[in-house]
Design a protein around this ligand. Sequence first.
Ligand code: ZN
Length: 302
Amino acid sequence: MSNWKKHMQISDEFASSIKTQAHKVYDINPYVLVFENEENSHIHHLYFDAHSKGAAVWMHLIEGKDRALLIDTGFGIGNLKGLVETLTDKPFDVVNTHFHGDHSAGNSQFERIFCHKYDVPYLQDTFKHADHRMLPPAEFFKPEDVVPIEPYEIVSIEDGHQFVLGENHAVEVIHMPGHAAGGCILLDHQSGMLFSGDAILSTPTLIIGRFPNPYYPECLTVTAFRDTLSTVMPRLQSVKKLYPSHSRLGLSPIYLQDMLDCCNAIISHPDEYEVYDYVPDPDQKQIKCIGNAMIVYSNSRI
Ligand SMILES: [Zn+2]
């Protein structure tokens, strides 16, 4: 079996066994499984099970002594704000790892959202095209629980932005283009946890498709991803574990170097790939797998 198939099998097993791991479900939002971090009870991982291949998504809540930070807002189904207020009594900020609809569609429940400056125009576009939003299969949610996409205040941030959650406790924003132009990964300096969004995860990083009129197209390539990742590697030396937005959590920092190697392998030999048939999507056809890292890519995005 090819390596990517082995990795996907592990991630399928993870998805089918997740409910056997200790978690809580709160009446205020029955859609979300709440997991307390094994090493730090002030960090919660919020799992929305989209019941379809690869589409379940994580949101993460970090509570510091003074403030909390919610990373992503999921598909916008159910009362996420109420759930967060149940889990923490601290004032909190909300940040998006990127604008895609499985990470930002619940933004309207909050007054303001922090987002990398390159994803701000994409997020603003979602206000105009709310009827094209991404939703999981209809049988898994009640239509009345879908949060309407309505305008909210967007706070544009840049690489290096720090969310200060308490004394000596900052979460640093690191711009990570490739999957999305304004993609971000977030490093909690206190715990050494890296919240790696859809940029670095145990399932393939998707760098696919063509956009007719993208904003910041130079940031939508494997090359941009490689160049940025290699530049920021020294800032990631303290990372102990990765907490992505999909599939398995608590990944080894080995994934960072593997991902860099995977980008380099694509850039030097774009035509040497395996055929990816995990999902029936004509855009998701070419996969490169190096060590633990996998990228599904289109030639237009190298
Ligand atoms: Zn995603």
